[in-house]
Design a protein around this ligand. Structure first.
Ligand code: MCN
Length: 789
């Protein structure tokens, strides 16, 4: 912040219009599929015909004979080529089974999306036609698609190394303390929860363009990536074996990710490998149906949650057992999401003295499962919030009252929960009250009672959430098994003419970083936003980075930008002091201007100082020319955004239809860089939360094939099915963050599901319905209240 931050009008905190929108709205954004290169070929992947089968033979002759086919490759061809050919995990756990995962299957197919062979052709259509001509002979095997079933039923293992399909068996918390709490408590309640698989549905399906230069042995890959540097590292070290300094990964415009574009998938890698074989550029663009089968799905939990609570409403303990589907292969964070990201938020906003959780990660013959918006935290908050509602009914208490009674009070921060996290800051009751005031909670309860007399059923759902956002610090993540760092890097560069370029290691997919990072730098440097450019998503322009996921960009990337800008400002201050012939301590900084204290006419603007820094004619002794800083920021902790969401619904008992009458989201993401961007994030998050709660859910048929394989079979909510959202914020800065921000990208998705399920089950209280699993469809409601009888 500037020295005069109290008086200056701040750009940080203003609803500046998103600078990325105009080109995107005009259709001028360049996405991966827009990349056209001289001599480019097209790749298509032949995918498995079965959920689980041995590959007996692959006959490529008919495909090879087609006009326009350049080459056809099988999994064995890739294996024989001598590249490392591994799609590795990025997170280890004690006793984690890490089976081999190749670019194309060799011995077995383990789910319907597994690639068996690939065709490179002159056009996309020829490539797609040719894969259909590949004859694959299989020996079918029995399969399992549900995680509990995969462990408990006698089915052939997905991977030999994973006995009974168990990939890991993870525990967190004190089981003895929980047993004691349950023995002592006045009441216990339990609920079985099934969290269905969510298909991420980014607007732009995944794609890659690879350009191998056989002479220099350099590779350039454009791809739909949330973290180009991670992709570079994994491709260099584990998959293609190209030295990292000869591999450039570029993420151009990326049309949404929601987690699904974090991962290193076989398809992008095989595109790169194929370019090395045919020595021509190769493009692969997934179809929507391909995306449904291959983009990592989210959630897939079977959980039993038990809660122990005293008569007066004091929560004593929580016990959780979960079977989490990993899918057929271990994706990079497939082990971390259902273990650490999930179990560590089970305390929610509450002081729960004893918590124990066990998670069995199970391989199934399905699309791999990994982080989807809210990853792990959405699942965990869903568990504690459903458990609170079920406990409130058990005690005949108002669910709001029960929640309030157990909130972590403001004076207890930093708060160490029973499940390993130290929450940074929070004012939970303030958030709750703000949300409840929006709906006039007490009046609404009275109205609900009156309407019930008339045979009308409205329901009020209230859910609290707190999440760990901004994965860090590196050392702690490393101790928990992460194979990657938690830092972020930013280069803050004044150009010689006074403009500023920020090179940041995160990678936007719609979040608005080009606007918000510029706001941070404008504030710190006193330079107009028009003079600041933000560069992301190219490993040759930004040397290092960790990417965008886990709602980390504002706190970790933004932290790096702020720290880098402050360092640049301090160097500029010393140059200004030298040239103004004053002591550094006497130099004040106000809105971009350095001036000597008490002599405002002796001043230099920071952009002029930048020019001087590059001239280098008159620098302080021992100072190098130039005005550029690289900052690696490794925060001391996660940030812990929180909030309360409230939904009001009316359920039609004759049809089971759910009418959402009001939805209020109150979020606290610390200091807000851009309220308009934050509101947009919350809107998108609520839509996805409501989507999961009421509409979405992938399913497999008896043959283990994905039933929801197209957009008309998988119910993403339409805008017309959603109400106007009312949003509000409280501001509780994160104390250990240089700009006091917390993440917001996932908050509303985390809050949305428990809020909606609570609202519907609240409406159904007169029918004795305590819980309904997502998606809570009209049919489920209708059956639950006896409609089928
Ligand atoms: N922001 C702010 N003030 C804060 C916090 C954030 O102004 N206190 C701004 C940030 O500067 C950034 C945006 O809000 O422009 C989101 O910031 P942050 O919470 O740090 O999240 P990330 O930028 O790291 O984005 C990741 C997050 C995740 S994990 C998913 S999933 C998700 C999401 O963001 N996927 C999205 N939002 C998405 N939005 C779009 N349009 N598309 C996706 O795929």
């Amino acid at each position: 912040m500037s020295d005069a931050e109290d008086t200056a009008e701040r750009i940080f905190g203003s609803p500046v219009a998103r600078r990325e929108d105009v080109p995107l709205l005009k259709g001028e954004g360049e996405y991966t599929d827009d990349i056209e290169l001289e001599g480019m070929t097209h790749l298509a992947v032949r995918r498995s015909d079965h959920a689980h089968a041995r590959i007996v033979d692959v006959d490529t002759s008919a495909a090879e004979a087609m006009d326009g086919v350049v080459a056809v490759f099988t999994g064995q061809d890739v294996e024989d080529s001598g590249v490392p050919n591994a799609i590795p995990t990025a997170w280890d756990l004690p006793n984690l089974v890490q089976p081999q995962y190749r670019m194309l299957a060799v011995d077995k197919v383990r789910h319907e999306g597994d690639g068996v062979a690939a065709v490179v052709a002159e056009t996309r259509h020829v490539a797609r036609d040719a894969v259909e001509r590949i004859e694959v002979e299989y020996e079918k095997l029995d399969h399992a698609t549900n995680p509990r079933e995969a462990v408990e039923r006698d089915v052939p293992e997905v991977h030999e190394a994973a006995e009974n399909n168990v990939g890991f068996d993870f525990e967190l918390g004190d089981a003895d303390a929980v047993n004691e709490a349950f023995a002592d408590a006045d009441h216990t309640a339990s609920v079985d929860l099934r969290l269905p698989r969510i298909i991420p549905n980014a607007m732009e399906p995944r794609a890659a363009v690879a350009d191998w230069d056989a002479t220099t042995e350099e590779m350039r890959i454009w791809m739909t990536s949330q973290n180009p540097h991670l992709h570079r590292m994994l491709m260099a070290a584990a998959t293609l074996g190209i030295p990292e300094n000869k591999l450039q990964v570029i993420a151009p415009e990326v049309g949404g990710g929601f987690g699904s574009k974090i991962y290193h998938y076989p398809d992008e890698a095989v595109t790169g490998w194929a370019s090395m074989q045919v020595e021509r550029p190769v493009k692969w663009q997934a179809t929507r149906s391909e995306s449904y089968k291959t983009d990592c799905h989210g959630r897939d939990h079977d959980t039993t949650a038990e809660i122990a609570v005293d008569e007066d409403g004091t929560v004593r303990g929580l016990r959780v057992e979960t079977y989490a589907g990993l899918g057929a292969h271990l994706s990079q964070f497939g082990s971390a999401t259902p273990s650490y990201l999930y179990t560590t938020v089970l305390s929610g906003q509450y002081t729960i003295p004893a918590i124990h959780s066990r998670v069995v990660g199970a391989f199934t013959n399905t699309t791999p499962v990994d982080a989807y918006r809210g990853a792990g935290r959405a699942e965990g908050i869903y568990v504690i919030e459903r458990a609170m509602d079920v406990a409130a009914r058990e005690l005949d208490m108002d669910p709001v009252e029960l929640r309030k009674q157990n909130l972590v009070p403001p004076e207890d921060f930093p708060y160490e929960s029973a499940v390993a996290l130290v929450y940074d800051s929070g004012e939970y009751e303030r958030g709750m009250d703000t949300a409840l005031d929006h709906v006039d909670y007490q009046a609404l309860r009275e109205r609900q009672a009156e309407l019930r007399e008339e045979g009308r059923y409205i329901g009020i759902g209230v859910a609290n959430f707190v999440e760990s956002a901004g994965l860090s610090p590196s050392e702690a993540a490393g101790n928990l098994g992460s194979q990657a760092g938690g830092w972020e890097s930013a280069i803050v560069r004044f150009d010689s003419t006074g403009t500023v370029t920020l090179f940041v290691g995160t990678a936007d997919q719609g979040q608005g970083h080009r606007t918000t990072y510029a706001q941070i730098a404008a504030e710190e440097l006193g330079v107009s936003m028009d003079d600041i450019e933000v560069v992301e998503g190219d490993t040759d322009r930004i040397p290092q980075g960790m990417g965008t996921y886990g709602s980390r960009s504002a706190s970790v990337g933004g932290g790096a930008v702020a720290r880098g800008a402050r360092e640049v400002r301090e160097k500029a201050r010393r140059i200004a002091a030298h040239q103004l012939e004053a002591s550094v301590d006497d130099i004040e900084f106000d809105d971009g201007e350095f001036h000597v204290a008490g002599a405002p006419d002796r001043s230099m603007h920071i952009q002029g100082v930048a020019h001087q820094a590059y001239l280098g004619h008159d620098m302080p002794e021992d100072m190098d020319p130039g005005l550029e800083v690289t900052n690696f920021y490794d925060p001391a902790n996660f940030t812990f955004p929180f909030g309360t969401h409230v939904a009001v619904v009316e359920v039609d008992p004759d049809t089971g239809e759910i009418d959402i009458q009001q939805y209020v989201g109150v979020d606290d993401c610390g200091e807000i860089i851009n309220p308009m961007v934050v509101e947009g994030q919350v809107h998108g998050g609520i839509a996805q939360g409501i989507g999961a709660a009421l509409f979405e859910g992938a399913s497999y048929d008896d043959d283990g094939k994905l039933e929801t394989r197209r957009m008309d079979e998988y119910a993403v909510p339409h805008a017309t099915q959603l109400p106007d959202f009312e949003t509000d914020n409280t501001v509780t800065p994160s104390p250990h963050n240089p700009i006091g921000v917390k993440g917001v990208g996932e908050s509303a998705t985390i809050a949305g599901t428990p809020t909606m399920v609570a609202a519907v089950t609240d409406a159904l209280e007169p029918f004795g319905v305590d819980h309904l699993d997502m998606p809570v469809t009209p049919e489920k409601v209708w059956r639950a209240i006896g409609g089928a009888k």
